[in-house]
Design a protein around this ligand. Structure first.
Ligand SMILES: Nc1nc2c(ncn2[C@@H]2O[C@H](COP(=O)(O)OP(=O)(O)O)[C@@H](O)[C@H]2O)c(=O)[nH]1
Ligand SMILES: [Mg+2]
Length: 240
């Protein structure tokens, strides 16, 4: 079983495209969706619940941030996933093409990967429609994380589109439990990855063509807050 984890804050305009794409790429019965509705006010929760797909909607009464949503989603995943299942986490803003989930899953089932990253920085990866300064920030973040946490097979530290082998999630649960995610904002996705490295996972990447041009609505990332939080994250993980 493939579990898609979608943290969503006011993504009503993007959800139907994502659901359509999941439906056309995966057979019924092979996937489930966990949608964390983080205090949305635009009907995101209702749209998900009425999609006709196997969706579990978990709602926060108030908006708590991407990290809090990932924490809720991973806690649920820890409860329901079995060893042979796969968790695929991705943005709910329709910038992460569902088609490549297939090759991500193949790398877990066929090549024994523990984590597969949809990567903008491996051969064939690209970013479309992103403002140039966002590209530059991402590149700098990448350089910084590579400097402090170089790891075989890993180039994209900050993209939230990743597949995790069920068996590996169980190891994460055993080692960290609820302490896996302590960041409340955007750096939480990178926090999961950096904490994972301690368990020596096999990491592979597949090329991601980030379709920022397809996104409806504005980015919810606060750039400067996120840069500071990334610096703090490096410090926190290094000193532990
Ligand atoms: N749960 C939750 N998700 C959020 C929040 N802010 C953003 N997201 C989600 O996190 C993902 C990334 O946000 P997005 O606006 O796409 O950032 P960007 O792609 O980096 O510009 C999307 O799925 C958003 O719905 C939030 O406060 N709470
Ligand atoms: Mg996004």
């Amino acid at each position: 079983m493939i579990y898609f984890l979608l943290p969503a804050y006011n993504e009503n305009d993007n959800l139907s495209e994502i659901f359509k794409s999941i439906k056309s790429n995966f057979d019924p019965g092979t996937f489930k969706i966990i949608l964390v509705n983080d205090g949305s006010t635009d009907g995101t929760g209702q749209t998900a619940a009425n999609s006709g797909l196997p969706v579990t909607v978990i709602s926060h009464a108030k908006n708590k941030g991407l990290g809090a949503a990932l924490q809720t989603g991973f806690s649920h995943a820890f409860e329901v996933l079995k060893e042979n299942d796969i968790l695929v986490a991705l943005d709910a803003d329709n910038t992460h093409p569902i088609e490549i989930t297939k090759s991500m899953v193949e790398k877990i089932n066929g090549n024994n990967a523990d984590i597969v990253i949809a990567s903008r920085y491996c051969g064939g990866g690209e970013e479309k429609g992103l403002k140039y300064y966002r590209k530059i920030y991402s590149l700098f973040a990448g350089l910084m994380f590579t400097f402090f946490f170089k790891y075989k097979g890993l180039r994209d530290y900050t993209c939230g589109y990743r597949a995790y082998k069920g068996e590996f999630l169980m190891k994460l649960r055993q080692k960290f439990g609820a302490g896996l995610i302590t960041e409340t904002g955007f750096p939480a996705g990178t926090e999961i990855l950096l904490r994972s490295l301690g368990l020596k996972p096999v990491i592979m990447e597949v090329p991601l063509i980030l379709r920022y041009d397809l996104k409806k609505g504005k980015s919810k990332m606060k750039v400067f807050r996120t840069i500071l939080a990334y610096l703090r994250l490096v410090y926190r993980i290094k000193k532990q």
